[in-house]
Write a protein that binds this ligand. Structure first.
Ligand SMILES: [Zn+2]
Length: 484
């Protein structure tokens, strides 16, 4: 009887094998073997970037760590690209196809937290935090590039692999300036991913956006003694905001326009001679954003004219919405399905529920399964903005979200920063490394896939060349603080 049971299990084992083999090619198995060997690396990079938690364009230590890993894995490095000290490109190989992997690694200000399920500042006093999980983003992208490079070498696979070190995603700046500098122009395709609360192929466009400041210049005088000698920059600013708020009724409901007053004058008894307001204008595509932007500038002009003040506009940055690519999206989904769900220990599930409880959320645990691909592409429009969009308008681009935090918690928050410093976050990074490595190796070795991706790209762009939203001669806004 015992022998029968053994035979049954042996038959069952072999019966299950072909299903696995069908889903995963030998080359993908090869790259997954490399990824397995890199598990300690993924963990180490994730932890160190989390410790550093450096904000946009100040990611000096993070950048150095990633460059060090790539250099010792045999990549050649180009530092300080597109005028940003923390932007870099790591390359391997030569000729075509040229495939890019986009890595991000910046943190957010003031969301730092200990890696525990309750709100508690970090012991080292760092107040920034990886509330968007870019520590995991950087770790997975760099590690997948190392795995792909190894298989390219051993299997003599032709082509150029580039890992793009993209700083300042949180301020939507890094890839915009890299795109303006033409750094993505010769790519045949690009890959990215993003931490999140579920595993799904990236079937959403987000919002196109313009991020800009408007300053008004008036004349000071005593607000009571001789107000007639003054011309108020605050009056102008208020007229602008009032005009924009009137305009809201006459834009499509997809528009999202928000502002903060960063300088509203200094004292009530001085007619303000200077004011400044900071605007984001978003919508589901670039032409709509450009239309809102030009209408807002007309209102500013009208406000300045009416108040006899002067005004100045500075477009800080701008992005497109993300352009999907169906063939690459399907390939990403195939690989996610082949790897399947992420599983969690009882301890991790307990941790997740405690965090949810402490955030006033339903204690649902962690979503480790893979969401099926929707039939509609894109399935979602609007919402936040990302500078990955710029790359997606230059070359066929695709990506996915992987679970790195408990379901339903707020994003860009202490809860997310805390999760991204735990094994829950690191499991997501390891999973992402696998998907990036499998998709990347397929892009190098499957010309039909790349042909289909190119065709889809040309259909969606109509063959129109990429136009960077920011002025040609504008330089990246590097913060004062120098390399510590
Ligand atoms: Zn992010």
């Amino acid at each position: 009887m015992k022998v029968y049971i053994q035979v049954f299990f042996i038959i069952l084992f072999f019966a299950l094998q072909p299903a696995f083999a069908q889903k995963i090619s030998s080359l993908k198995k090869e790259v997954l073997k490399e990824v397995d060997g890199l598990k300690p690396e993924v963990d180490e990079i994730s932890e160190k970037l989390w410790d550093f938690s450096e904000t946009a364009l100040l990611e000096y230590k993070s950048c150095e760590l990633l460059i060090g890993k790539l250099e010792s894995a045999g990549f050649s490095i180009e530092k300080n690209v597109a005028g940003m000290p923390t932007a870099f490109i790591a390359s391997y190989g030569s000729g075509e196809p040229v495939i890019g992997i986009l890595a991000e690694f910046d943190a957010l200000p003031s969301v730092g937290n200990s890696a525990i399920p309750e709100k508690k500042e970090r012991a080292d006093g760092i107040t920034n935090g990886h509330g968007c999980g870019h520590n995991l983003f950087g770790a997975a992208c760099v590690s997948s590039a190392i795995a792909i490079r190894k298989v390219m070498e051993t299997k003599k696979i032709k082509g150029t692999l580039r890992l793009y070190g993209c700083p300042a995603e949180e301020t939507v700046i890094g890839k915009v300036y890299m795109a303006k500098a033409g750094l993505f122009d010769d790519l045949d395709g690009a890959l990215h991913w993003h931490p999140g609360t579920e595993n799904s192929a990236w079937n959403a466009t987000g919002s196109a956006m313009n991020n800009f400041e408007i300053e008004f210049f008036g004349k000071s005088s005593h607000s009571a003694r001789d107000p007639w000698n003054g011309r108020s920059a605050l009056d102008a600013l208020e007229m602008l905001n009032f005009g924009v708020n009137q305009m809201r009724e006459h834009v499509e409901p997809t528009a999202r326009i928000h502002y903060v007053i960063t300088n509203g004058g200094v004292a009530p008894n001085v007619v303000p001679n200077y004011t400044k307001v900071w605007y984001f204008a978003r919508d589901i595509d670039r032409p709509r954003v450009e239309s809102h932007y030009s209408r807002i500038l007309k209102i500013a002009e009208g406000a300045a004219m009416a108040t006899e003040t002067e005004f100045k506009v500075k477009l800080i940055t701008g992005v497109h919405e993300v352009l999907p690519n169906l063939p690459l999206l399907k390939e990403v989904q195939k690989n996610m399905d082949a790897i399947g769900a992420i599983s969690y220990t009882d301890e991790e599930l307990k941790w997740a529920k405690e965090l949810q409880k402490n955030s006033g959320k339903e204690e649902k645990g962690i979503k480790g399964e893979v969401r099926p691909l929707e039939s509609e592409v894109p399935a979602e429009k609007g919402g936040g903005s990302t500078d990955v969009a710029e790359v997606s308008y230059i070359t066929p681009t695709s990506g996915f979200r992987a679970t790195t935090a408990p379901y339903g918690i707020p994003w860009h928050s202490w809860q997310a920063a805390s999760s991204h410093g735990t094994t829950i976050g690191r499991k997501g990074a390891f999973y992402a490394t696998k998907i990036l490595a499998m998709t990347g190796i397929e892009m190098f070795t499957n010309p039909e896939l790349m042909e289909a991706a190119k065709k889809d790209f040309l259909e969606r762009t109509g063959g129109k060349p990429y136009k960077c939203p920011i002025p040609e001669n504008q330089q990246p806004p590097i913060p004062e603080q120098k390399n510590p």
